[in-house]
Design a binder for this molecule. Structure first.
Ligand SMILES: O=C(O)CCC(=O)C(=O)O
Ligand SMILES: [Fe+2]
Length: 395
């Protein structure tokens, strides 16, 4: 930025500066959480700082920026079965800083990430029909935008939210909050999406059972829903061309509850779904260099072809982050051209309906967060005020 820039750009820059200040003072907190707090506090760094407990003796260094495009590696170069026991206990080095481990086969994906994949999930004519329907539907998708002070920031892809019934639409538009506001575009699930939802339900429940049998001794994780997974909402994402993407994030657990499972169908152009483990700042020993920490975090690319079902299992949102990486080159799809459409089927749990969401002392609805960066509280959940007030700790 130069001094010739218009004032609104200078204002935007000051947001970055504020965020950078917060990141440097609270490196143990997730960047998206700090951004949420900053928005809620209407840009007051002071209010955000006041809402966070003081922490002494932290590593003041800035967060490592996400590694760029890495060169291709193959799994055979690494020791297998990184997740053969609890993923949080094993700290096996899978990648060197800047490298990306590319995974294609269901076996490699299941053993090295908290995900599983089914290729050629639907009969091919059904997948094509669904793609055609959603290509039409997605013509009116919009980029998700949220207000940051006087600026509107837009996501680098477009999306839309779907629920089962007209009553659910009404409820979504008035009761459920996302980034502090109601969603404007909520639609009723399309006939094609509804037609496959029973298949998705059956496959995801089977995948959950296999996963807990293989990696968790047949027992679900603590706080994981004891009930059958039943999709009742879906986000559809449209990526138009290789430059559209979504940055590293974990999905909001406020209405899904802890240990959420998500079933994600990919249609059209194949793209890289990148995942990396969240490593607590103080988990690595003092002597560990940033490079060593980056090695433990790893960076894994799961390739998502047309007509695949990826299941993000119960370990995923709390301990890993995911993204859709920008692609310098894509293979055009015969029906979709340069587009990828993704449906993430979700199970909104009744017991996490907004009528049960705790409210802060200031009467603002809270969001459910899991501590990801600070070792002593790792894995604990908290209902956090969206207005930047002191978090109420639970769990
Ligand atoms: O497009 C994808 O596969 C992932 C989308 C995603 O992360 C989300 O909807 O939260
Ligand atoms: Fe996501």
């Amino acid at each position: 930025m130069t001094l010739d820039d218009p004032p609104e750009n200078r204002h935007e820059d000051s947001t970055e500066l504020k965020l950078a200040t917060l990141i440097s003072l609270h490196p143990e907190l997730d960047q998206s959480l700090l951004l949420d707090l900053l928005i809620s506090a209407e840009g007051s760094v002071h209010r955000v700082l006041a809402s966070l407990e003081p922490t002494d003796g932290r590593d003041q260094s800035r967060k490592r920026s996400a590694a760029g495009v890495g060169h291709q590696t193959s799994l055979s170069a690494f020791t297998p079965a990184a997740l053969s026991s609890s993923p949080s206990k094993k700290r096996q080095v899978l990648t060197k800083k800047g490298d990306t481990l590319h995974l294609y086969s269901p076996e490699d994906i299941a053993s090295n990430t908290p995900c599983s994949i089914i290729h050629n999930f639907l009969p091919s004519n059904e997948a094509d029909q669904l793609l055609e329907e959603l290509l039409e539907e997605s013509l009116t998708y919009e980029r998700q935008s949220f207000k940051l002070f006087d600026n509107v920031v837009q996501s680098p892809h477009s999306a839309c939210f779907y629920v089962d019934s007209l009553d659910d639409i009404k409820s979504q538009k008035t009761e459920f909050l996302y980034n502090g506001s109601h969603l404007a575009d909520v639609r009723q699930i399309t006939p094609g999406m509804r037609m496959i939802s029973a298949k998705v339900e059956a496959a995801v429940n089977e995948e959950i059972a296999t996963r807990i049998e293989r990696f968790h001794g047949g027992k679900k994780l603590r706080y994981q829903s004891p009930h059958r997974w039943k999709p009742n909402a879906a986000f559809c994402n449209l990526y138009q061309g290789g430059s559209e993407s979504v940055g590293y994030h974990s999905d909001q657990l406020t209405y899904l509850g802890p240990r959420a499972v998500i079933g994600s169908i990919s249609l059209g152009v194949a793209r890289e779904f990148r995942v990396r483990r969240i490593v607590a700042r103080d988990d690595a020993s003092q002597q560990d260099s940033k490079d060593q920490r980056a090695n433990v975090e790893g960076q894994i690319a799961i390739h998502l072809p047309h007509n695949s079902l990826l299941v993000m299992h119960a370990e995923m949102q709390e301990s890993w982050k995911h993204s859709i990486h920008p692609a310098p080159v894509i293979d055009p799809h015969p029906l979709a051209g340069n587009k990828r459409i993704n449906i993430t089927y979700r199970h909104y749990r009744d017991s996490f309906h907004p009528r049960y969401t705790p409210r802060c002392r200031c009467n603002v609805a809270t969001v459910l967060r899991c501590v990801q960066r600070k070792h002593e509280n790792l894995g604990r959940y908290m209902w956090m005020c969206h207005a930047g007030n002191a978090p109420e700790k639970h769990g």
